[in-house]
Design a protein around this ligand. Structure first.
Ligand code: PMP
Length: 370
């Protein structure tokens, strides 16, 4: 009976790939888990205390749609300092996921084309389809760097926007300044929206992070606190870009999310004053542990950011390789076809304790030798 009730958009994509991994994982008694997409450190004490204080002191109501004044003004000041004179306007979203949905709702019509770099963050593909638009994939294999000429070729009269993510999930690739500049210039030249997902910008290990917003006032930036402050469950992010677009997105926020979680916004104000760089150094070391441990065994582009790396699996299919890793070695990793039209690579998350990473690397070395 329920089949008759379901909207057509429920059939536009499925989540079976990642579910299969979790189903296999549920059967393990002692998993070596390198599949997790969130940091292994906790939110700053100051933020936790500020959130608790907000709960205890009658601050449990709604905030304005655009965010609690204390948090929003602090983020606006940070954005103004980074992009002086750009007129960028900020609002607080329910995570980058919330910002992404509002951006696509405000900009994409059914039938529009949206450029996505393959491999991609799973939500991009799902949301684009959910809104009735068509994803157009541009491969970044084998080094996961963007070729701006390929983007120029892929732009058609139907192209509405480009979804850009650096540092990237699942590859750990960081786009160099020149690529970012060229991409922003191309989007402006062609009159296409450029959306920059910067959730991993804190996690840049070998060089500086560059945003396309440095090169164009038209870029829409999605950013958030899930990863850099260890608070993914708090569902806090922010969006900044041209004021007119932000106002349209706020219209949708008002009638969907209403506002981001109020007391957690007040907690996050305290987080913004916390120095998280010790974690950056720790994560660079984790990256090195994985890279140095696997480079002689796998085809593995060195990841320069985020907390992922995306080596090539051994054998014809990444799904078979990952199934073997899980069933025979209790090693949890994710097959590349979850993030890609190809099933050749697999994702390792190094957001884990060093001892777990070391154990995982040993298993992968053993699998390569077999
Ligand atoms: N963008 C990317 C690239 C991500 O990897 C994630 C989280 N896995 C998100 C957005 C969603 O982040 P949030 O928790 O802020 O919704």
């Amino acid at each position: 009976m329920f089949d008759k009730w379901l909207a057509d958009r429920t059939r536009l994509f499925d989540a079976s790939g990642i579910r299969k991994v979790f189903d296999l994982a549920a059967k393990l008694d002692r998993p070596v888990n390198l599949s997790i997409g969130q940091p292994d450190f906790d939110a700053p004490e100051s933020a936790k205390n500020a959130a608790i204080e907000a709960i205890s002191s009658f601050k449990n109501g709604y905030t304005p749609t655009q965010g609690a004044a204390t948090l929003r003004s602090k983020i606006q000041a940070q954005v103004d300092a980074l992009y002086p004179g750009s007129g960028r306007e900020v609002f607080v979203s329910s995570g980058v996921s919330g910002g992404l949905l509002l951006t696509l709702m405000a900009l994409v019509n059914p039938g529009d084309e949206v450029i996505i770099f393959d491999p991609y963050f799973v939500m991009y593909d799902a949301l684009v389809r959910m809104l009735g638009a068509t994803p157009v994939y541009i491969s970044t294999y084998p080094d996961f760097q963007i070729d701006v000429n390929k983007v120029a070729e892929a732009i058609s009269p139907k192209t509405k926007l480009i979804l850009f993510n650096s540092p990237a999930n699942p590859t750990g690739a960081v786009a160099p300044r020149e690529t970012v500049r060229e991409l922003a210039a191309l989007a402006d030249e062609k009159g296409v929206a450029l959306v920059s997902d910067e959730i991993y910008k804190f996690f840049c290990y070998d060089g500086e992070f560059h945003s396309p917003a440095e090169f164009s006032p038209n870029v829409i930036v999605l950013d958030g606190y899930s990863k850099c402050y260890g608070m993914p469950g708090w569902r806090l992010g922010f969006v900044h870009g041209p004021a007119q677009l932000m106002q349209e997105m706020l219209k949708f926020q008002q009638y969907t999310f209403v506002c981001a979680p109020s007391v957690l916004q007040l907690g996050a104000v305290a987080a913004l004053d916390t120095d998280m760089t010790p974690y950056l150094d720790a994560y660079r070391r984790k990256r090195d542990l994985v890279y140095n441990g696997l480079k002689d065994y796998y085809e593995i582009p060195k990841s320069c950011g985020a907390f992922y790396t995306f080596p090539k699996a051994i054998g014809a299919s990444a799904t078979d390789f990952v199934t073997k890793a899980i069933q025979e070695h209790q090693l949890l990793i994710i097959p590349g076809n979850v993030f890609s039209s190809r099933d050749t690579n697999f994702r390792i998350s190094f957001a884990a304790a060093d001892s777990v990473i070391e154990e995982g690397v040993e298993i992968l070395q053993k699998m390569a030798r077999e």
